[in-house]
Design a protein around this ligand. Structure first.
Ligand code: MF3
Ligand code: CO
Length: 267
C-alpha cells in the first residue's frame, strides 16, 4: 500500500530529512583518520537527541546501533566499531531519525585522504547515478524509470556492480514503506508515481562484482570480492516537473570541502 503525503506532511518530512543532513554535516566537520565509527555513532546520537528526535535505526528489527557505518568493502548496515579510521578509507554513514512522527533516512559516503583515481570515479559516478534516478521521480513516471536510470549510469556505462539484494523504499510514518525502489530494472516497469510520493533512493554500487554476502553478525553486508562499495541516499518527493529533494547534500559538501582530512576532489 502506497501512502501519498499532503503538502503539510511533506514539509514535516523535509524537517526530518534536513536533521539527518545537518547531522551528517557535523560528521563531515570532524571526520579524520584516528577517529572510530563508534565516535561517529556517539556524535550523531547526541546531535539527533539534542534536536528532540529519535534514532530510528536503533532496535529496528533488532539493529544494535544508532547509525550504519560501512567502510570499504562493507556495502551497508556496517556496525560502528572501535577500529580507528585511516587514510584511504571510504566511509558511508547512514542515519535515520524520527522527528514529529516522520522519518528522515539518508546516507553519504566520505573519502579519507588519498585514494586511487578508480575509487574517486566510483564515488563520483555513484553520486551522479543518485541524481539521474532523482530526475525520473516525477509524476506519471514509473518506479522502474528511476531504477533503470541508476543501473544505466553505473552498470552499463562504467561496468560497476549494482547490488540486487537491497533496494530504496517509500518513506513516511514508517522507515520502509511501499514501493521498493531497486537500483536496477526496466524503463516503464513498476508502479506509476503520483504527486507527493516520498522515496528514499539509495544506490549501492560496487567497484567489482555485484555479489554480496551477509556477515555472521547477521547485518553487515559485504562485497563478495572484497572490493569497495559506495552508498549515497537522498529523501525525495515526487512532483510534476522536477522532484523535490528533501535532504540536502550541499551542507555536507561544504563541510567536506572545508575539512582537510576529507577528499572532495571528485566533486
Ligand atoms: N538506509 C537503510 C535502509 O533504508 C538503513 C536501515 S538500517 C537499519 O534500509 F538498521 F535500520 F535496519
Ligand atoms: Co533507506
Amino acid at each position: 500500500m502506497i501512502f501519498y503525503k499532503t503538502d503539510a506532511e511533506v514539509a514535516l518530512m523535509k524537517e526530518a530529512a534536513l536533521l539527518v543532513s545537518k547531522t551528517l554535516a557535523e560528521v563531515a566537520k570532524v571526520l579524520k583518520p584516528g577517529m572510530t565509527t563508534l565516535d561517529i555513532d556517539t556524535l550523531c546520537a547526541n546531535y539527533v537527541k539534542s534536536h528532540n528526535a529519535v534514532l530510528s535505526f536503533y532496535k529496528y528489527h533488532g539493529y544494535p546501533h544508532n547509525i550504519c557505518a560501512s567502510v570499504n568493502d562493507v556495502v551497508v548496515h556496517g556496525f560502528p566499531n572501535d577500529v580507528p579510521l585511516k587514510n584511504g578509507d571510504i566511509v558511508s554513514i547512514d542515519l535515520g531519525v524520527i522527528l514529529n512522527g516522520w522519518h528522515g533516512d539518508h546516507a553519504y559516503t566520505f573519502i579519507l585522504g588519498e585514494v586511487s583515481e578508480a575509487l574517486l570515479q566510483l564515488v563520483k559516478v555513484t553520486k551522479e547515478s543518485l541524481y539521474k534516478g532523482i530526475e525520473k521521480a516525477i509524476i506519471n513516471n514509473r518506479v522502474g524509470d528511476i531504477s533503470f536510470a541508476i543501473q544505466d549510469h553505473t552498470e552499463r556505462k562504467y561496468g560497476y556492480g549494482v547490488v540486487r539484494e537491497l533496494v530504496g523504499h517509500g518513506l513516511g510514518r514508517s522507515l520502509h514503506e511501499d514501493p521498493q525502489v531497486p537500483n536496477y530494472g526496466k524503463r516503464g516497469s513498476g508502479s506509476k508515481m503520483k504527486e507527493n510520493l516520498v522515496l528514499a533512493i539509495e544506490p549501492m554500487i560496487n567497484l567489482g562484482t555485484r555479489d554480496v554476502f551477509t556477515d555472521t553478525d547477521g547485518w553487515t553486508v559485504k562485497t563478495a570480492d572484497g572490493k569497495v562499495s559506495v552508498h549515497f541516499e537522498h529523501d525525495v518527493c515526487v512532483k510534476k516537473n522536477e522532484a523535490l529533494i528533501l535532504s540536502d547534500f550541499s551542507i555536507i559538501e561544504a563541510a567536506e570541502k572545508a575539512n582537510p582530512h576529507l577528499n572532495s576532489s571528485y566533486c
